[in-house]
Design a binder for this molecule. Sequence first.
Ligand SMILES: Nc1nc2c(c(=O)[nH]1)N[C@H]1C(S)=C(S)[C@@H](COP(=O)(O)OP(=O)(O)OC[C@H]3O[C@@H](n4cnc5c(=O)[nH]c(N)nc54)[C@H](O)[C@@H]3O)O[C@H]1N2
Ligand SMILES: Nc1nc2c(c(=O)[nH]1)N[C@H]1C(S)=C(S)[C@@H](COP(=O)(O)OP(=O)(O)OC[C@H]3O[C@@H](n4cnc5c(=O)[nH]c(N)nc54)[C@H](O)[C@@H]3O)O[C@H]1N2
Ligand code: SF4
Ligand SMILES: [Mo]
Length: 880
Amino acid sequence: MSDILKKITDKKISRRNFLKATAAGTAGLALAGCGTALAPVGAELDAAAVNGEGEWIPAACWHNCGYKCYNSALVVDNVVVRQKTDDTEPDSFNKPQLRGCLRGRAQQQQVFGADRIKYPMKRKHWEPLTGGDKSLRGKDEWVRISWDEALDYVAAELKNAKEKYGNRSILMPNFADALCDFNNSINAFGGYTNVQDTGSLGTYLFVSGVLGIIPYGNDDANDRLDLLKSETIVLYGCNPAWAAAGLPSHNLMHAKEAGAKFIYVGPSYNETANLVEAKWIRVRPGTDIAFLLAVAYVMITEDDPLSNPLIDWDFLNRCTVGFDAGHIPADATIKENFKDYVLGNYDNQPKTPEWASEICGTPVEDILWYAKEMHKDKKVSILHSSAPARCNNADDFPQILMTIAAMGGHFGKPGHSCGSCQYYFATNSGPKLVQLGASGAPILPNPCPDSIMAPELWDNVLNGKYNYTAPALWGDLASMGEKDIDIHVIIHSYRNTLQTNQGVAKGIEAHRKVDFVVSCAYSLNASAQYADIVLPITTQWERHSSYLYLEIYYNREVQFFPSKVIEPLYEAKSDLWIGRELGKRLGINVNQVYPLSEEQRYFNAIAGATVINKEGTGYETLVTITEADLAWWKQKHGKVDGKLQQGRIGLKELMEKGIYKVERHEGDNYGHITYQSFVEDPDKNPVGSKSGKFEIYCQTKADSINAMGRSTLKPYPTYIQPLNGYEQSFKDWDKKIKGDYPYQVTTPHYLRRSHTILDNLPWLREAMRNPVFISAVDAAEKGIKNGDAVLLTNPYGKVLRQASVSQRLMPGYIEMPHGTWLELDEKTGIDKSGSDNYLSAPITTGCGVSGYNTQLVNMEKYDGKPLTPDYLWPQRIIKI
Ligand SMILES: Nc1nc2c(c(=O)[nH]1)N[C@H]1C(S)=C(S)[C@@H](COP(=O)(O)OP(=O)(O)OC[C@H]3O[C@@H](n4cnc5c(=O)[nH]c(N)nc54)[C@H](O)[C@@H]3O)O[C@H]1N2
Ligand SMILES: Nc1nc2c(c(=O)[nH]1)N[C@H]1C(S)=C(S)[C@@H](COP(=O)(O)OP(=O)(O)OC[C@H]3O[C@@H](n4cnc5c(=O)[nH]c(N)nc54)[C@H](O)[C@@H]3O)O[C@H]1N2
Ligand code: SF4
Ligand SMILES: [Mo]
C-alpha cells in the first residue's frame, strides 16, 4: 500500500486515474473525496496490465456462500486491476472448471472499496469503563485512534468485566473457535458466552444424529455421478442456483440430460426449479410436516404389495423402528406409533390430503401424485435444504422427511438417496478426495459453557435470564433450565450478529444497554455501526491465513491453494495480529497461544495435503517439496521450516496454479452412495441412533427436545401448528377471516451477497436489485404494480422496499431476500433496505430454532416518497 500511495504522491500515477483504477477507489479511502464511481481501470494501471506487467495471483473467494470457486487477480503495484475465474484447465464433465459467480468477480470492489474501515476508531461520545452516552450508539460520530490506544481500551474493558462480573459477562457470538484466530486470546483469558444458533441447519442441528441420519454435510447424499442414475429428483425447499452457485446447477443439468424428471417442493417456483423445469408442488412455509403426513397417509392407504406396491416393507422392517405397532423400539415409553397416528387412531383426525391441503395449500391431486412418485420401484433422490427446518415447530421435519424416504426405500442404493442439497455439499456428497493437512496451530477451547439460543439472545441480554440448554443437550438433561446471565461486553468478530440474528430492534436496545461493544469489520455494517470501538480487519486477499477457510471449503474433488494477493490496505490487521497484541495486554502467554506465523501455518497445511490413491483405498502425499521449492517459498512468502518430500505435484507449480482437481470417471473408485453398508446389512453396520436403525419412533428426540422446556413432542413425527405460521395469519381460522398480519414471509439466501457480506458493493447492488417478491394475486388485490414501493409491517418493525410482482409465488406469500444492510430511520422506525431480521420475530419453539421462515407481516402500497435504487445510495465512507 505504501508503495502505491507513494507513487501517487510522486505523481507517477495520477490521483485521478488511481481513483478510477479501483472501481470504488482504493485511494479514495486515504485521499478523501472518492465517490462510488464505477469508472474503468485507470489509464496507467490499465496500460501496465495491457503491456503484460503485473502478476496473476490465485486469490481466495472465501465467503460463507455455499460453493467455492476459483478466483485469480492481476496485481499491478499492489492494486488488483483485473480478475478472472477458472481457466486453469479445459472444462469437462469429468473435471469441470470452477467458475465464479457475480460476487466473486466483483471481489475487488470489496477489498478496494471506498467504504473500507481504514483505521481503528472510537465513538466520539464514548467514555472508557462507563460507555459514555450509550444512547448514541449507532448514530455517533467516529474519531480515529491508534492501534495502541484501541487495544489498550479493549483490554481494559475486558479486564474490568472479568474482574467485576466474570468471563460469562463477555458475549462473543460466533460459529466456532477454529474459524477465528482472535478467539484464542479470549479463550486463554477465561472464555466468553457464545450464542447457539440453529442457523444453517434449523432443527437438523439437534434432530438428526438421534434419528440415525447424518445431520448434513459431506456424506449424507450420493455423489454427482450417482445422481445421473436417478429417475426422479425431488428438490425439497432448496435453491442451489442462488444459494450454492457454481457446480450444483451444472450437476443438476447433467442429471436432467441423463433423463431425470424434477419435482420442486416449496412456496415459490425458484431459480433452480426453473432451471431444471421441475414440476412445482406448492407448499406454504412451515407446513411441510402436514404435507408429508398426507403423503404418508396416501402411501399407507393405497399401498397394495401385489397391485400397487408403493411401500418398501423390506426396507422398513430391516432398517427402521417405530413405523407401526409391531416395530416399537425397546426404549419406548408410550404405546403409540407413526402409522396409527397417520390413520387418525389417536386424535380422530386421519391425515388425509384434504386435511393437509387446507393447511399447506397443496392441491389434493398434487399430494396424491407426489405420494405415487415416491414408490419403491422408482429411483428417487430427495435433495433437501434446511429451509423447511428453519421454521418454528419444525422439530419433526427431519424425521418425517426421513420417514417418507424410508417408506419408499430411497436410501443406500444407486440412484436412491435422501440428503442435503445446501451449501458446500450440494449435489456431490462423499468424503474429500483431496484435502489440506493440519496447520499445527492450536485451537484453545472456550472454558465458559454458557451459550444462549439465538432467537432469545437480545431478550436474554436485556432481562438477565436465559434457558440453559445447548452445552448439556444430549447428556445431562437434568441440568437444563433457567440461569442468570449478566452481559456487559459484546464482541463482534466474524459474525454480523446484530444484523443476522432475529429481532434487530431488540438487538439495538441490548447494544445500548451493555457497558462496551467492540467490532472487527471490513466496513461499517450494523454490528460495527452500533459499536464503541471498531477494529479494521484485513480481507483474505491481504493475508496468508486463508487456510482456515480452505479447511471448510468443500468440493470433494477440488482443493484451492490461494496466495496472499496484496499487502494490507491502510491500517487493517489480521485476526492473528489482533489476537497477539490484545493477548499481550490481557497478560496471556501469546507465544504459547499463537506459536506459529501465518506463513508457517499455511505452509504446514499445504505440505500435509493428501490426495486419494488410485484404488480409492487411502490417501497419499500431494505435494513434492524440493530445495528449490523451499528457496522459492522463502523468497516469495518468507522463511518457513519445511522438509523435503515427494508427492504428485511440485510446490511452486501448485501454488502458481492455485488449485488441484481430482478427475472423475464413470466406474472409478471414488463414487459415494451414502448409507450403503447400513442398508445392505443394518445389524452389522448400524447407524448412530440408539437402536442402530432409522428411528421413526425416537424416544431420545422427544425426551431431549422436551427437556429444553419449550415443547411436548411425541417420539414420532406429528404436525403442530407453527408459532407465527400460516394458521396464525388468521383471526378466525374456522371462518377463514384473516388477521392483522395476513402474509407469510421467508428470507431466501440471495445471490447478490453472502449473508450481509458484499451487500455494500455498488456493482452488485446495480447488477442485482433487492426487491421483495410478491405474488401477482396479492398485488392485484392491493393495487400494487411491479416496482411500486411497499411497506411491510409487524409488531417488530417496518420495512420499505420495491415490489417485484410474480406468478412464481403462492398467494399470501412474500419473499424477502436475506442479509441487506439495515438503513434505519429511527424517527419513523422504518428500515428502507429490506432488512429481513428487522421484521423477524425473536421468538422460538422446541429446540430453540431460529425460525426465519415462519414470519408474518402486513403489506400496503407505500404512498410516501419513492425509494431510490440502493446502488445510488451514498457509501458509508467514514471521513476521519
Ligand atoms: N448467494 C448466497 N448463497 C448462500 C448464502 C448466502 O447468503 N447467499 N448463504 C449460505 C448459507 S450459510 C446457507 S445456510 C445456505 C442456505 O441455503 P438454502 O437453505 O438452500 O437457502 P434458502 O434460500 O434459505 O432456501 C431455499 C428455498 O427454500 C424455500 N423455502 C423457504 N421456506 C420453506 C418451507 O418452509 N418449506 C419449503 N418446502 N421450502 C421453503 C425458499 O423458497 C427457497 O427457495 O445458503 C448458502 N449459500
Ligand atoms: N432472517 C434470516 N436470518 C438469517 C438467515 C436466514 O435465512 N434468514 N440465515 C442464517 C444463516 S444460515 C447464517 S449462516 C447466518 C450468517 O450470519 P453472519 O455470520 O453473522 O453473517 P455474515 O454477513 O457472513 O457476517 C460475517 C461477519 O464476519 C466479518 N468478517 C469477515 N471476515 C472476517 C475475518 O477474517 N475476521 C473477523 N474477525 N471478522 C470477519 C464480516 O465483517 C461480517 O461482519 O445468518 C443467519 N441469519
Ligand atoms: S459462489 Fe461464492 S466462492 Fe463462488 S465465486 Fe461466488 S462468492 Fe465466490
Ligand atoms: Mo448458514
